[in-house]
Design a protein around this ligand. Structure first.
Ligand code: KE4
Length: 428
């Protein structure tokens, strides 16, 4: 029974476009009424009708420690009494920067912003300012937020809603955005050769999470790294999803590949609006006020957001066993899902790395946007609703990754696997 969500959704649509403040929340691709959530605790969400759900979105990544993690809540409560923003530098921002630099490889300096979009947008402007070049290479199905340059063949909601060209993105902007298929090194090499000396940056999700979870194939990241070195191109790793999730040092640590610039979001704010970009000192020194690549933000480094992020990252740094626990839980889930999907007997693929996982109803490997798109995503939509009905809250799109939080118990995982077994019997 979701009567209150139905009423709230009707009311929301009268004052908010589509009734949501971010499109992917609208259940548009899976159909039905989005659940209005009124609170969450640990691994559980509670909707406006007090239904409980085991959460596999974790706010699209940030809630890695689970919802309402007590040290984070208490820190926010304490700092709120010191006022919520000053618009002036604080010691807390230095401590946050020093903590991040102690956790991630190859980042000499870092600038805080308020979203992953801002982080990626700023990193691209910086790469252009540093190289004096205009073009950027991105990958089809990768999502780097909603800055104009990135809304060309993007993933996440853009893929979910199959928006081929986003109105409002000018031809001039699109002309500077070149797109290759993920895991296709030849295509990248060809684009670089065709645009010799014009490519400022190659930006990618080192592990893609915006077309389901898709891993880099052997040699791909190494190939892009070598190409960037040979051509003086800035390698930007968008770690908004993977940062502090796959390992303390994110994908750079997990996969052993160094970027020149890295963007962060989600986990870095512990649920509060925080993004960041950082990397090589010789590049970062071009950022104002040190350099002339201008970038700014009223609430960048906001004290409440900083203390939430700092407390989250410090917990992860001081308790590295959390990563082993998350990996173990995700492997357990993967084994259980494999068993029930195998018994069900129809084609499927499970992609997973660390605590990121996705199920694709596909008879072929899912290695890029084309193979993610040609999966039976209508079947995913049925599976989504069958699981939701059983109290399991998956991302409402086949073009998203599931994110585990460390509050999940073995009982929750067993309940999820059982729900999957029942759900598969229900879908055709
Ligand atoms: P935000 O501006 O939404 O904080 O971050 C943009 C972004 C950048 N890079 C990557 C790899 C991302 O995944 C994101 C945001 N991810 C989506 C979920 N796929 C956020 C959810 C939403 O749009 O509401």
């Amino acid at each position: 029974m979701i009567n209150n969500s139905i009423q709230l959704f009707e009311r929301a649509q009268r004052s908010i476009p589509g009734g949501v403040n971010s499109p992917v929340r609208a259940f548009k691709s899976v159909g039905g009424t989005p659940l209005f959530i009124k609170k969450a605790q640990g691994a559980y969400l509670y909707d406006a009708d007090d239904n409980r759900y085991i959460d596999y979105i974790a706010s699209w990544g940030p809630m890695i420690l689970g919802h309402a993690y007590e040290p984070v809540v208490k820190a926010i409560q304490e700092y709120a009494e010191y006022s919520t923003s000053y618009g002036a530098p604080t010691e807390l921002e230095i401590e946050m920067a020093e903590l991040i630099l102690s956790m991630v490889p190859n980042v000499d300096m870092i600038r805080m912003v308020s979203s992953g979009t801002e982080a990626c947008m700023s990193a691209l402007r910086l790469a252009r300012g540093y190289t004096g070049r205009n073009k950027v290479i991105k990958f089809e199905g990768h999502y780097h937020g909603h800055a104009d340059s990135f809304l060309v063949k993007a993933g996440s909601g853009v893929a979910t809603f199959n928006i081929q060209t986003v109105p409002g993105i000018t031809a001039g902007v699109s002309a500077d955005t070149l797109v290759a298929a993920y895991n296709n090194l030849e295509q990248v090499q060809q684009l670089v050769a065709e645009n010799k000396g014009e490519v400022a940056a190659i930006i990618m999700e080192p592990v893609a999470g915006n077309m389901g979870c898709i891993l880099p194939e052997a040699g791909f990241l190494e190939g892009v790294r070598a190409l960037c070195d040979a051509e003086g191109i800035v390698f930007i790793m968008d770690e908004v999803m993977t940062g502090f999730r796959l390992a303390p040092g994110g994908a750079q640590e997990k996969l052993g590949i160094k970027a020149d610039l890295v963007t962060y979001g989600k986990v870095i704010g512990g649920g509060m609006p925080v993004g960041a970009f950082g990397g090589r000192r010789d590049i970062m020194e071009k950022i104002a006020p040190l350099g002339s690549v201008y970038q700014a933000g009223t609430l960048s480094g906001n004290p409440i957001a900083m203390i939430a992020g700092y407390t989250t990252l410090k917990t992860l740094k001081d308790n590295p066993s959390i990563y082993a626990e998350l990996d173990e839980k995700c492997n357990y889930l993967k084994i259980g899902l494999n068993e029930v999907l195998q018994a069900w007997g129809q084609p499927y693929i499970i992609n997973q790395l660390g605590s990121m996982i996705s199920v694709h109803f596909s008879d072929h490997a899912v290695t890029d946007f084309a193979t993610a798109s040609s999966a039976n995503n209508a079947r995913f939509n049925q599976f989504f609703h069958a699981m939701l009905k059983r109290g399991i809250y998956l991302p409402p799109s086949a073009f998203e990754a599931w994110f585990l939080n460390n509050a999940l118990t073995q009982q929750d995982l067993d309940e999820t696997i059982r729900a999957a077994k029942e759900s598969l019997q229900e879908i055709d």
